[in-house]
Design a binder for this molecule. Sequence first.
Ligand code: ADP
Length: 485
Amino acid sequence: LKSLLKDPDLLETRAYLAGDWAGADDGATFAVTNPANGETICEVPEMGRAETARAIEAAAAAQKSWAAKTAKERANAMRKWYDLMMAAQDDLAMILTAEMGKPLAEAKGEIGYGASFVEWFAEEAKRIYGETIPGHQPDKRLSVIRQPVGVVAAITPWNFPNAMITRKAAPALAAGCAIVIKPAAETPLSALAMAVLAERAGLPKGLFSVVTSTQSPDIGLEFSENPTVRKITFTGSTGVGRILLRQAADQVKKCSMELGGNAPFIVFDDADLDAAVLGAIACKFRNNGQTCVCANRIYVQSGVYDAFAAKLAEAVGKLKVGDGMEEGTDLGPLISDAAREKVETHLADATAKGARVILGGKPHQRGGTFFEPTIVTGATREMQFATDETFGPLAPLFRFETEDDVIAMANDTIFGLASYFYARDLSRVYKVAEALEYGIVGVNTGVISTEVAPFGGVKQSGLGREGSRHGIEDYLEMKYICMSV
Ligand code: ADP
């Protein structure tokens, strides 16, 4: 991999703690593998609570003077970080594809997306406004100021190894916080490359640390029990989110949680079917189905069900499965054997309950964790994927009759992150958008992510929002000052 990079120093295999590059105290390491071929890329430090505690301590030391800088000074440092990211876009994408498997073009897109949060929040740093409030008594002058939360601890997943870091680090730094990040053990290299660039951008020592480890419960405990950490921000499964919320309760730490989804994608009979097919592909098969906003349940109204199924199968049949490094690859490997097994389990469960496979349906001939893009018809709510996210290239088509029916079915889940529908009738568009119990609704589009809009879920999909002018709020405390004159 190093030989493919224009700037080989971006492939960093040491952790970045307190502004220094370091190994684990006991020298232990773990392997990072390429999911496309199972080969080991390199080893990174296997760190534990002691190293994490030191990163937290350094973060606290760095945070005070960082917060004391003017917003413009913070913004300028972040802007430098952004520029370095964009200049290194190709290399960062290559590292990302090597450790995670997504096609290189998608990885490049992710770097641009990840960088956009740094740019956005660098700008937002200057707009952390307070307020004045008319006094409740003649001698009172009331005001509200906003201050950084302090030291933030972040735990991030493998499916967006770059963007999930910047979505947390950028608002944290903009607000005047320091951050310690534990990236997913599958994808630490993208996080470490970001640390290389943070150092080059001149971010003060200790402000941004990356702790690598496979012992995530231990790191999670240190984050929860160390009183210096004032906030935990997490993206991952709802199950782990619940654990972290419980742990954080002991010290009443602030939490932001971006958890699982179970996105419905609804095609009404007045939809532009060709557009709906393109939207469904973008939404279901992006990142090989491994995003928390990927369509998991596709509901198609009776009148267009067969036509939509045929068009979707034809288009998906053209997608090319392969190593993400190969030109023209649309779908890479799944992240792990367990991920492939989950797709197989959901598929076997569905066919046993009467679903029909109209495309794919098997592990891909390339072997490993590759799986054929698959479509099944005749999906019902008794099948596992109706309640559990498959997180893979399996598209189940459910049939529905009326608007009320499909709204009830779409909302019949503990999750509430993203939802999508295609329709042209304007009053239907409004009614359905309002009725869907989700934090995000895509109307006549399958792609909703952008740094300028608030991303986040309702119900058990999470707490808080990332991106947009609201994204910085989660890293700020409000202080009310009451003065007698
Ligand atoms: P995924 O299915 O995407 O791997 P997880 O929720 O298991 O979702 O993982 C997301 C992140 O949470 C990863 O960085 C993982 O290492 C971390 N993690 C997993 N279990 C725990 C835990 N008990 N405490 C803290 N972090 C955890």
